[in-house]
Design a protein around this ligand. Structure first.
Ligand code: NDP
Length: 444
């Protein structure tokens, strides 16, 4: 048994039932094989055991009262996974599917993603099984205040800096920040994704979706290709999906389908992103309404059918494991050439295998969606310097970061003889810096 096999076997034994966490750890560790073979000192220092064990796991109850006076109790989590290269950084997810396994998989991925940005940020993630959908603003505020009343003692601008994720957008960040400020009595950059009137950064809202399209654009450039005239599918219709759709269309592509957790819309003329934004961001409605408002658009119940629509580029931007083996096979059969992940771990291990065998250009989440956290780090820099940068400046930096990520993961893959395997490239390029920092800092 190799060192990696050993670590994985023990990880499964010690974390029973944590399927998402084990899935992510398996994908990462298996692709680190060539690096680990080159560095026998890692085993002696139990580096992989430490890398896969969070530095700190905080779990707490979150009691809150609904509009009818009924008391509810949710679970709250913050996993401070790795601070070798900077303060813990990673989003908060509010969704009924949240559990410790989901937060740990996201936290582990976040370590490498943050390293890939080239910025000094460690990895963390948090959230709750609370569902903001269908709740009044007052209920969401009551929940956020209760959540922060416990979380505030663990975070700080130089310690741990949370941001948004599924179910945590501008409204939630505002309530969380207000409560933090009130308890801690300080105005610092302790959360990112803040509103522009209280320390947020221009382009942060757009950053993950824009960044996703920028990295695909770079991968296309290397193949003398471009977005011009391409047919694109974007799954999801939240923050990442909306801005991926917007940027892809700006670059000349036609996005023909999007979904939410109930069903998908197909618009052969190209999605009108302003209508989606109005429905999802302003009215907090359902994507179904798009078909009522836009002539020629069709709505189908259920999500999976979206992957049977022929496309050149697939951008999964909703949630984990949304593309399984069958969906991947359908995409490949219909001629998909690029798959880039806006969501975290949207493809199952079997689906990734299908893309690899078909030689689809496949850009994994930790590289492809790193634009969000990179811009969060730019927000931290602006906050600590008490200054604001223009949208043009932030967008330019975001683009540079995404281009650099592409070059680095491509170079790492080539260095280890795995040309065009961006899974290996992203894991190795992200890991090398973290491993080096951990080795330098001793057994901690
Ligand atoms: P949002 O909450 O804004 O949007 C999520 C979207 O995905 C919604 O359309 C939602 O539908 C849909 N969705 C959620 N769960 C499911 C499901 N089980 N089946 C089908 N659709 C689902 O989240 P974000 O856009 O912020 O995040 C999307 C993904 O991107 C996540 O994986 C997140 O971790 C990742 N990400 C986000 C970053 C950011 O900056 N926001 C940064 C990096 C990664 P519905 O409206 O019905 O709930």
């Amino acid at each position: 048994m190799t060192y990696i096999d050993n670590v994985l076997a023990r990880l499964k034994e010690k974390n029973p039932g944590e399927t998402e966490f084990i899935q992510a750890a398996t994908e990462i560790l298996q692709s680190l094989k060539p690096v680990v073979e080159k560095h026998p000192e890692y085993e002696k220092a139990a580096l992989l055991e430490r890398f896969t064990e969070p530095e700190r796991t905080i779990m707490f109850r979150v009691p809150w009262t609904d509009d009818n006076g009924r008391v509810h109790v949710n679970k709250g989590y913050r996993v401070e996974f790795n601070s070798a290269i900077g303060p813990y950084k990673g989003g908060l997810r509010f969704h009924p599917s949240v559990n410790l396994s989901v937060i740990k998989f996201l936290g582990l991925e976040q370590i490498l993603k943050n390293s890939l940005t080239g910025l000094p940020i460690g990895g963390g993630k948090g959230g709750s099984d609370f569902d903001p959908k269908g709740k009044s603003d007052r209920e969401v505020m009551a929940f956020c205040q209760s959540f922060m009343t416990e979380l505030y003692r663990h975070i700080g601008a130089d310690t741990d800096v949370p941001a948004g994720d599924i179910g945590v957008g501008g409204r939630e960040i505002g309530y969380l920040y207000g409560q933090y400020k009130r308890i801690a009595n300080e105005f610092t950059g302790v959360l990112t994704g803040r509103g522009l009137s209280y320390g947020g950064s221009l382009i942060r809202k757009e950053a993950t979706g824009y960044g996703l399209v920028y990295i695909v654009e770079e991968a296309m450039k290397w193949r003398n290709d471009s977005f011009e005239g391409k047919t694109v599918i974007v799954s999801g219709s939240g923050n990442v999906a909306i801005y991926a759709c917007e940027k892809a269309q700006q670059l000349g592509a036609k996005v023909v389908a999007m979904y939410d957790s109930n069903g998908y819309i197909y618009d052969k003329n190209g999605i009108d992103v302003d209508v989606v934004r109005q429905i999802k961001e302003v009215e907090r409605g359902r994507i179904k309404e798009y078909a009522d408002r836009v002539k020629g658009a069709e709505y189908s119940e259920g999500c999976n059918g979206i992957w049977s629509i022929p496309c050149d580029v697939a951008l999964p931007c909703a949630t984990q494991n949304e593309i399984d083996k069958e969906s991947a096979e359908l995409l490949v059969k219909n001629g998909v050439r690029y798959v880039a992940e806006g969501a975290n771990m949207p493809s199952t291990l079997e689906a990734i295998d299908v893309f690899k065998r078909a030689k689809t250009v496949y850009l994994p989440a930790k590289a492809a969606n790193a634009g969000g956290v990179a811009t969060s780090a730019l927000e931290m820099a602006q906050a600590s310097g008490r200054m604001f940068w223009s949208a043009e400046k932030v967008d330019k930096k975001l683009k540079e970061i995404m281009v650099n990520i592409f070059r680095n993961i491509d170079a790492a893959a080539n260095r280890y003889g795995c040309d065009d395997d961006y899974v290996v490239g992203a894991n190795i390029a992200g890991f090398e810096k973290v491993a080096d920092a951990m080795m330098s800092q001793g057994i901690v």
